[in-house]
Design a protein around this ligand. Structure first.
Ligand code: AHR
Length: 505
């Protein structure tokens, strides 16, 4: 047996990428399947509060460390009438939701969503419908939400029990309008004009809003690149962010390339930065656009069956069960987002509950954490501060899709709390990876810790009957000596290594 090939990372306190924006740890709640109904919201559940929210789920949302939540879609928003979801619940209309072929009762709407964000301490990110609707309806929604009082719409909010404005700062100008599946699908020119005009009107009503233009719904879209350039030709001056969406399907290709999914995410981010900066040059603008990676996750999309003829209410849709392997790949995606913290300043794990989600629930039953819950919770907790610009030296492996890919995927954050945190994935399914962290000018001030998520069975998952099957475990403390920390990363593992630092550097 050949000796394991080592990897190394080199740090320097002066070499930083940028400060992590807390909005990087956002998530997404769509009216889709059981994300809302029997997920977040189940008035008859034994743990439900007065607003009908499941407090067992609220506790897990807090533990997950989510900071922001996008709502109400997704594909759903492109045919949604926000007015259907406000006012007395028993007077709200039942509608067909063409995006997911379900019946929407509108029992949950804007007021309930706001009750949720307030209970969980989350910043809302609201999407407006630019599929079947336009600037007027977006402006009405903004006035209803954010105007203090004295107009029909703001007073209507007061009459609906919310005299204080909701003060929603983040707004998405539609959803995935480049996608032929989207209700109201548009060309880049059509969407770019519409986004610019909607943005202009929204800013007239509330100049404090932060606006997200739709970028491509995936790096593989045939219009990718042209879409961003055209949309930004129309809307660069009016928006603050451009969106990116990416889902990685464990069963869509070969296993080696799946483990290297972050290579696609990395390339997608750097390409979108290039497109934004080219638009900036053309506009001779001082502004630099941010990236809002407002849908990302693992999704067993090839298992999805198209909707049948019936129109069910809150059916079980997209309820993927995540394995250890998925959690490790998910960890590489988190690391990639952190590595671009200077430009990716908002991101949403899609979605939050039941639908391709870190949290699962059973109607009238328990709630539990999927495997992917754990890397997210650790990154949201410890990934706060300055991301360091690392030099990574790693053995590689060959993949059909991405060529040679490093076995080690890592980033490091110098926390405001004086801690150094290294997030590291060993992609090798068979062998452990010895890692040396060269601490540069950092001075250790105590022993290091090492948390590992790995399993002898890479297909292990958490279920209702075995909810704690996969959790991170504390491993032996890494050795710290002579400016170096040494640690062994088990095969196919997500690792969080933490070291207290002296402040006298
Ligand atoms: O998150 C599930 C769906 O994926 C969203 O509704 C849509 O925006 C994307 O295609």
């Amino acid at each position: 047996m050949p000796p394991p090939r080592p990897a190394a990372v080199f740090l320097d306190p002066h070499f930083t990428v940028g400060e992590v924006d807390p909005l990087l740890f956002g998530s997404f709640v769509e009216h889709l399947g059981r994300c809302v109904y029997t997920g977040l919201f189940e008035p008859d559940h034994p743990t439900a509060d007065a607003a009908g929210l499941r407090t067992d789920v609220l506790a897990l949302v807090r533990e997950l460390g989510v900071t922001m939540v996008r709502y109400p879609g997704g594909n759903f928003v492109s045919a949604y009438r926000w007015e259907d979801g406000v006012g007395p619940a028993d007077l709200r209309p039942r509608r067909l939701d063409p995006a997911w072929r379900t019946i929407e009762t509108n029992r949950f709407g804007l007021g309930e969503f706001t009750a949720f964000t307030r209970s969980a301490g989350l910043e809302p990110m609201m999407a407006v419908n630019l599929g079947t609707r336009g600037p007027a309806e977006a402006a009405d929604l903004l006035e209803y939400c954010n105007h203090p009082s004295g107009t029909t719409l703001s007073d209507l909010r007061g009459a609906h029990g919310a005299p204080e404005p909701y003060g929603i700062r983040l707004w998405c100008l539609g959803n995935e309008l480049d996608g032929p599946w989207q209700v109201g699908h548009k060309t880049a020119d059509e969407y770019g004009r519409l986004a610019a005009e909607t943005a202009r009107l929204m800013r007239m009503i509330d100049p404090s809003v932060r606006l997200v233009a739709c970028g491509s719904s995936g790096s593989g879209m045939p219009t990718f690149g042209d879409w961003e350039s055209t949309v930004l030709a129309h809307a660069y001056d009016q928006v603050d962010y451009i969106s990116l969406h990416a889902y990685y399907d464990p069963e869509a290709g070969d296993p080696a390339s799946y483990l290297a999914s972050a290579s696609d995410m990395e390339r997608f981010i750097t390409d979108v930065i290039a497109l934004c900066d080219a638009a900036r040059a053309r506009h001779r603008s001082a502004k630099r656009l941010s990236l809002s990676f407002d849908e990302w996750n693992i999704w067993y999309m090839s298992r999805q069956r198209p909707g049948q003829g019936e129109w069910p209410r809150a059916p079980r849709l997209l309820e993927d069960v995540y394995t250890v392997t998925d959690a490790v790949v998910f960890g590489t995606l988190l690391i990639t987002l952190l590595r671009h913290a200077d430009r990716v300043t908002a991101a949403c794990l899609a979605q939050l509950v039941n639908v391709i989600a870190p949290i699962m629930t059973e109607p009238a039953g328990p709630a539990w954490r999927q495997t992917i819950f754990h890397p997210f919770a650790q990154a949201a907790r410890y990934g706060r501060g300055q991301v360091l610009r690392l030099h990574v030296a790693s053995p590689t492996y060959e993949t059909p899709k991405f060529g040679d890919v490093p076995l080690l995927h890592a980033t490091a954050v110098h926390g405001e709390d004086g801690m150094l945190t290294v997030f590291a994935v060993n992609r090798d399914p068979a062998a452990a990876l010895p890692l040396t962290v060269h601490l540069g000018g950092f001075t250790p001030a105590g022993p290091a810790t090492h948390s590992v998520l790995a399993d002898d069975d890479p297909s292990a998952a958490n279920t209702m009957t075995e909810p704690e099957r996969v959790t991170p475990r504390e491993s032996a403390a890494p050795a710290v000596d002579g400016g170096r920390l040494t640690v062994t990363l088990p095969p196919l593992s997500w690792n969080v290594i933490r070291l207290p630092l002296a402040t006298d550097r």
